[in-house]
Design a binder for this molecule. Structure first.
Ligand code: NAD
Length: 286
C-alpha cells in the first residue's frame, strides 16, 4: 500500500484522517496549528508539508482556502527528496486556484485532483461525505480506494482541473441560499406569532423543505447550539468564489449577487461565528 499523507487536520480534515487511519492506512499527518493533538492516535506526525512530501506518495489536503493550497503546493513541489506523486485536494479552493495548483504541481511531475467535500462535520465523522472528484479516469481509479473510507458518497464529476470546485461552489450556493431564505421565512413566521418548531415541522411536510429546515434549523438553531463546525468566513469565501466564477463565465448571477451581499454582511458583523448564526443576523435586520 502506498504511504499516505494528510495536511490540514481541522474541523473537516481531522475526522477525515481519523477515518482513513481507522480503515488501516498509515497516514503521515501535518497541521500548522499543532499536529500531535489533531492526528489520529499512533499516526506518524511530520514537522512540515515538505516532510510529508518526502514520506508519502499520495497526499490529501483539507486547508482553509486557495491561497493556502498554493502555498502548501509550492512547499510540496520544492521538496528535493520527493515521495509525493499525487495530491488530492479537499479544500474548497475555487476554480482558479485549483487550476493554478494543478499547473504548479504538474511542473514538478506531481498529479493533482480537486476533490472538495460536502456533508459537514457530521458527514466527515460518519465517513459519508459527498466528494466531488475531478481527475483523469486513471487518476480517479487510483485514488478512489483511499477516498472511500472518508467519503462513501464520492463521485467522479469531471476530468478537468476545477470541475470538482465548480460542482462544490454551485452546491454551496444552493446551501447558502437555503440558509438565508429559511432565516427570512422563519423570522417572518415568528413575527406573526408562529412557533419556530411548528414552522419547521410544517414546512418539512410541505414543498418549502430544504437542508436548512430539515437539518440546520432543528439541530443547530432551534436548539441554540450554533455548532455546525462550518465557519461563516468559509461560507462567505465560497459565495464570493461562486459569484466571481459566475461573472467570469457570463452565467446568470442575479441571486449570486444577492447572496454575496448577505454573506459578506454576515462575515463583517460576526467574523468568528458559525454559519448557522445567519438566522440571528437576518432576524435582527443584518
Ligand atoms: P478549519 O479551519 O477547521 O481547518 C483548516 C486546518 O488547516 C486548520 O487546522 C489549520 O491549522 C490548517 N492549516 C492552515 N494553514 C495551514 C498550512 N499552511 N499548513 C498546514 N496546515 C494548515 O477548516 P475546515 O472547516 O476543516 O474546512 C477546510 C476546508 O473544507 C475549507 O476550504 C472549507 O471551505 C471546506 N469545507 C468545510 C466544511 C465544514 O462544515 N466545516 C464542509 C465542507 C467543506
Amino acid at each position: 500500500m502506498p504511504a499516505l499523507g494528510f495536511i490540514g487536520l481541522g474541523n473537516m480534515g481531522g475526522p477525515m484522517v481519523h477515518n482513513l487511519a481507522a480503515a488501516g492506512h498509515e497516514v503521515v499527518c501535518f497541521d500548522a496549528a499543532g499536529t500531535a493533538a489533531l492526528a489520529p492516535p499512533g499516526a506518524p506526525c511530520a514537522g512540515s508539508a515538505r516532510e510529508v512530501a518526502a514520506r508519502a506518495r499520495i497526499v490529501f489536503l483539507c486547508l482553509p482556502d486557495g491561497p493556502v493550497v498554493l502555498q502548501v503546493a509550492r512547499e510540496l513541489a520544492a521538496c528535493s527528496e520527493r515521495a509525493v506523486e499525487i495530491v488530492v485536494d479537499s479544500t474548497t479552493a475555487g476554480i482558479a486556484d485549483a487550476r493554478a495548483a494543478h499547473d504548479l504541481l504538474a511542473g514538478a511531475g506531481i498529479r493533482y485532483a480537486d476533490a472538495p467535500v460536502s456533508g459537514g462535520t457530521k458527514g466527515a465523522q460518519a465517513g459519508t461525505l459527498a466528494m466531488m472528484v475531478a481527475a483523469p479516469d486513471d487518476l480517479f481509479a487510483e485514488v478512489e480506494p483511499f477516498v472511500r473510507p472518508m467519503a462513501a458518497n464520492a463521485r467522479h464529476v469531471g476530468t478537468e482541473p476545477g470541475h470538482g470546485m465548480a460542482m462544490k461552489l454551485l452546491n454551496n450556493f444552493l446551501s447558502a441560499t437555503a440558509m438565508a431564505a429559511t432565516s427570512e421565512a422563519v423570522a417572518f413566521g415568528v413575527s406573526q406569532g408562529l412557533d419556530m418548531t411548528t414552522i419547521l415541522e410544517t414546512v418539512n411536510l410541505s414543498t418549502g423543505r430544504n437542508t436548512a429546515t430539515e437539518d440546520k434549523f432543528p439541530n443547530r438553531i432551534a436548539t441554540g447550539s450554533f455548532d455546525s463546525g462550518f465557519a461563516t468566513r468559509l461560507m462567505a469565501k465560497d459565495i464570493r468564489l461562486y459569484e466571481e466564477s459566475v461573472a467570469d463565465a457570463g452565467a446568470p448571477g442575479t441571486l449570486a449577487g444577492m447572496l454575496r451581499t448577505i454573506w459578506d454582511g454576515m462575515e463583517a458583523a460576526r467574523p468568528d461565528s458559525d454559519f448557522t448564526e445567519i438566522y440571528e443576523h437576518v432576524r435582527d435586520g443584518g
